[in-house]
Design a protein around this ligand. Structure first.
Ligand SMILES: [Zn+2]
Length: 483
């Protein structure tokens, strides 16, 4: 028995030291069923996806810089041009900041020069139609507003991995920009590509509650419609990161499905690394019973979106697209089902198939989560708070949450369903609010967090309290009139 044990031990040691290979990524993600992925997918709802699409495509008013505005166009030439109808970029930043992504650390801008990229990328994207008008427009803009037009930006979220493969990165990408026949003033781009943006917003909303083995980057590219300028610049500016990318899930234009066959296209291309992402996507569709089918394109694929910038570097990437072309593949889509509103001012949410938009969003989010290998929730329990009102202040207390480094305290002055703003970050399991007015109700929620990374609990229960104005004893001096 002893001898056998020694042999086993030696074999174990050999195995332990031989698993990581010399170059590239370590173990291939299997994307088998994972209850955490199921939990994440379950929290993506048709309402939440649809609301992001409405917000980014000018359907509804949204708060931007303290004002209520509609995003009427996301045309890249307007996005960075202080056009009040094209404030998608600051809106995106504000929304992500409010989800708890720390600006400068986990939420960053990748700036690039569109004119430089347009010329550098010209050969690579020779098969993409770049409108002559756009180039002329860009030149005129640079001449008129050199400061604003020399820099465009991609928005990057980084969620550091918590496991031994934290140096490996999974990318989830979509282009934020839109275009149309009246792009400067009216380009709703609901399907192209508020659909992809919505899926990324849902990923950003949900991934912060979980720990993953690998690092996840969620990137909103711009300049896509001018020839993949944002993604090309990103790839160009991050050469060493390319070696650490496990795969890229690029979501561009999905959710139009007029025949309701739940069929779309997965542009996989020819790289073995892309096939890893593609088969993971297939597994997710099956494992979580999303009921989707798709053309798995290893030929007849398009270079017409940001995934192609990664293919050029040998990085595995797939693009999710509506059933754009007739491919006639076994188990694939029958015929094609193109959105007739493509690149028109009529690309609105009303023409989309929302149950299918939801399922494809879930598949994309599930694929990115599976590639990053979820470890579980950040916290086993969420804070439960109690509010009391001693004299002149409101005191919040809660039992400590295991593994919490800090607690973020949020307050609303209207209702439990009102707008909460962060009033404090404390390391103790209590908080005294002295910034109050008498006889006024205050509503509180607390969230546990880990510092130095992106990891949050869900919000606590809502606790309410008010401080009664003290009853003063008033002395009336007795005046004795003299005579
Ligand atoms: Zn697109």
């Amino acid at each position: 028995m002893q001898k056998t044990r020694w042999v086993l031990l030696v074999i174990t040691i050999i195995l332990l030291f031989s698993v990581p290979t010399a170059s590239g990524t370590s173990q291939t993600p299997t994307c088998s069923f994972n209850p955490t992925v199921q939990e994440i997918i379950n929290q993506v709802t048709q309402n939440s996806v649809a609301q992001w699409i409405r917000n980014f495509s000018g359907e509804d008013f949204v708060p931007i810089g303290g004002s209520q505005r509609k995003i009427l166009t996301r045309y890249s030439y307007q996005l960075f041009n202080l056009n009040i109808n094209a404030l998608a970029y600051p809106y995106l930043g504000e929304q992500l900041e409010s989800l708890g992504y720390e600006v400068g650390t986990f939420l960053t801008d990748h700036s690039y020069s569109p004119s430089k990229m347009a010329s550098a990328n010209a050969g690579v994207i020779a098969d993409m139609p770049i409108a002559i008008d756009d180039e002329l427009f860009l030149k005129n803009k640079i001449a008129t507003f050199p400061d604003q037009m020399l820099t465009w930006k991609n928005k990057v979220i980084t969620i550091p991995g918590h496991g031994s493969n934290a140096d490996e990165i999974v990318l989830m990408t979509a282009h934020l920009d839109s275009t149309s026949n009246y792009a400067n003033t009216n380009a709703p781009g609901a399907e192209d590509n508020a659909s992809g943006v919505a899926a990324l917003m849902e990923a950003a909303r949900l991934f912060r509650f979980y720990k993953f083995d690998r690092t996840i980057k969620i990137i909103f590219f711009t300049g896509e419609e001018q020839g993949l300028l944002g993604s090309f610049a990103y790839v160009d500016d991050h050469p060493t990161e390319m070696d650490n990318i496990v795969g890229v899930v690029n979501l561009d234009m999905f959710g139009y499905d007029s025949d309701d066959d739940r069929c779309f296209e997965l542009h996989v291309g020819t790289l073995a690394e892309s096939n890893l992402v593609g088969s993971c996507f297939s597994n997710v569709n099956n494992n979580y019973a999303l009921g989707l089918s798709f053309d798995y394109l290893t030929s007849g694929f398009t270079y017409g979106s940001d995934h192609a910038s990664f293919w050029d570097e040998g990085v595995g990437a797939v693009e999710v697209l509506e059933n754009y072309s007739d491919q006639n593949l076994p188990n694939g889509c029958e015929g094609s089902d193109q959105n007739p509103h493509y690149h028109e001012t009529t690309d609105k949410i009303g023409f989309m198939n929302l149950p299918v938009t939801l399922a494809i969003s879930q598949a994309g989010i599930g694929t990115a989560a599976s590639l990053a290998e979820p470890i579980g929730q950040c916290f086993a329990a969420d804070p439960h708070i109690t509010a009391t009102a001693p004299t002149d202040s409101i005191l919040l207390t809660w039992p400590e949450v295991v593994d919490a480094d800090v607690y973020n305290v949020y307050r609303s002055t209207t209702t439990c369903a009102g707008t909460f703003t962060q009033v404090a970050q404390v390391t103790t399991n209590n908080y005294e609010d002295t910034d109050i007015e008498y006889n006024k109700y205050y509503f509180y929620k607390v969230q546990a967090a880990e510092t130095g990374t992106v990891c949050f609990s869900q919000m606590s229960n809502c606790a309410v309290a008010k401080v009664e104005e003290p009853a003063y004893v008033i002395f009336i001096p007795l005046v004795i009139a003299g005579d």
